[in-house]
Structures are given as structure tokens and as C-alpha cells.
Design a protein around this ligand. Sequence first.
Ligand code: ADP
Ligand code: MG
Length: 330
Amino acid sequence: MAEALLRLHDVKKYFPLRRGWLRRPGWLRAVDGVSFEVQTGEIFGLVGESGCGKTTLGKTILGLYRPTAGAITFKGRPIHALPPAQARALRREIQYVYQDPGASLDPWWTVGRSLHEPLVVHTRLSRRERQARVEEMIHAVGLESAHLRRYPHEFSGGQQRRLGLARVLVLNPSLVIFDEPTSGLDVSVQATILKLFKELRARFRLTYVFISHDLSVIRLMCQRVAVMYLGVVVELGSTAAIFDTPRHPYTRALLAAIPRPVVAPEGDEGPLLEGEPPSAQQLPGGCRFRLRCPLARQDPCARLEPPLAEVAPGHWVACHFADTVPSAAS
Ligand SMILES: Nc1ncnc2c1ncn2[C@@H]1O[C@H](COP(=O)(O)OP(=O)(O)O)[C@@H](O)[C@H]1O
Ligand SMILES: [Mg+2]
């Protein structure tokens, strides 16, 4: 098999706990041992409830956070502990599209200037070459040259997503991390934007890590999916495996919570999720899902944290009872 574009090995990111200005002993374990590989050209999804560590993991891949432990390899090179200059150079190849693209565009600058800026900072292109590149990308995302003279507030939500993508594409990245890129958009606009993202991936040979709490978006976009719960991956597999034969009780509950005519496997409502996840500051011992899990027993769930185990080729589940969860196919 070809070398993965991105490889995470047991990546952890802990934040120190604070109360007021006092640092309390202890850590918030936002990302707590995540391993997976993303293949070149793939759209890899990260899904899970708010607060499960998706953004923290995305920013750790980008290099905004240094992992507390673990290793991140990009194109075969370890990147988790690079010196700042090399980390900056690398960040051109890995780009991040924020949930609110308005925030990455300066309200006082024309859009043209905001698109030129990364090229000024990161490349030695001449003004003319920069102009050509910016024009190419504004057209690629379905906007026009005239838009370059306008200001961010003159654009609709959907157009702002296009600009957010154009702004990272000018740098010719190989990996783009999208963080909740369609939240706040009307469903119709959302569909158009997702289609555009897919087209651009093919056209520019990009690889995407696609973060969303929205399972229907993930299903539409991704080839493989990692389901996160409180800082760990509880299930990982092809989109078909995750949606048609989910094995982890958490994944099944998430699917069951989607309003009907959508995706829960036929005739199986699955358990409904109750309450909120416990705080990442005080994780329960053993399996961290056990307090909300219909299958949980004292032993082994309270005692042992279940490791991710392969239940079918390419389909991984972290549950002591993964084998007893009926699969929809059987
Ligand atoms: N900079 C930070 N400092 C301290 N805690 C943080 C920081 N960023 C995120 N957290 C905490 O880490 C956990 C994961 O957050 P986040 O990665 O934003 O989750 P998600 O993107 O899945 O909603 C949450 O408990 C959140 O409060
Ligand atoms: Mg987030």
C-alpha cells in the first residue's frame, strides 16, 4: 500500500486546568490517544458531539498546537516537533478552513488583498504572478474577478465559504482541513458548497480532513470516517461500514438521533443518547462511554478502557461488546 499522506500515532493534546488565574493541578484531556491514517486523495471524516476534541485534533495536525504526546507524520516525515521555521513552511502544504470564514478575512481589506496576503507572506511570487494565481482561484470557487474589489460583508454566507476556500487554495496545499465548513448555511446552499468542495478536490488533487458534527454531511462527503467520543476514536471505517453496519453503541445512538427519512439502519432505532458527555476534565475510569451506554457492565467496562480492534477488514471498534452489537447486515 502507498505511504499514507498523513499518519497519526497515539496523538494526545492536554490543556492545563485553570480556575481564575490559579493553575489547578491536572489536565483537560481534549485529545487522548488518537491514531489513524489518511490516504492521498481521500476525504476523511471526523465526527462526534461538540466538545469531543475535533477542532483540537485539527489544530494539532495543522501545527497550531504541539501534541502533548504521540507522533504525526506527513508525507513520511515526522512533523510533530518541527522547529518554527520548518513548521511554517509545512503549514503551506496543510491548510485549515475555519467554521467562520469571515474571521479569516479582514473586514477592512478588499477580498483581493486578503487573497494576495498569504502569497506575500509565504511565497516569492511577483505581483503579476500573484494576481494570476488569485484570479485563477476566485474563478475556481465560482466567483468573478470583480468580486476581488469588494469587502467581506458584501458577500453571502455561501460566498464567504467560497472565499475561505480560495484563500487557502492560492497556496497550493496538498491537505485541507475543513472545520464545520457548512454550519450556519441553508441546506440548499450547503449542498452546492459541498459539491464545489468535491469538485475542487478532484481538480487540484487535494486530500481533505473533514470535521463535522453533522452525520448527513459526513455521509455525503467522506470515504472513511472516524467517530470521536471524549478525545478518542471509538469507531473507524468506510462510510458504508459506519452508516450501514455501525458497531459501537455510541455510533448507533448518533445515527438513531438523526431525524427520519435519513440514515439509521432499517428497523433498528438503536438506543437514544441521553444527557451530555461527561466533562473532559473528569473522565470516568474504564470505557469513557460507559455512563451513557446501554450495554455497559461493571466488568469489564468500568475497569478497562477498550482498545480499537478490527472487527471486519478496515472496520475498527473500541467496545468490549462490539461482537454482541447486532450488525444491520446480519
Ligand atoms: N485552548 C483550550 N484551552 C483549554 N481547553 C480547551 C481549549 N480548546 C478546547 N478545549 C476543551 O477541549 C475539549 C475539546 O474541544 P474542541 O476540540 O473544541 O471540541 P469540538 O471541536 O469537537 O467541539 C473541550 O472540553 C474544550 O472545552
Ligand atoms: Mg469544533
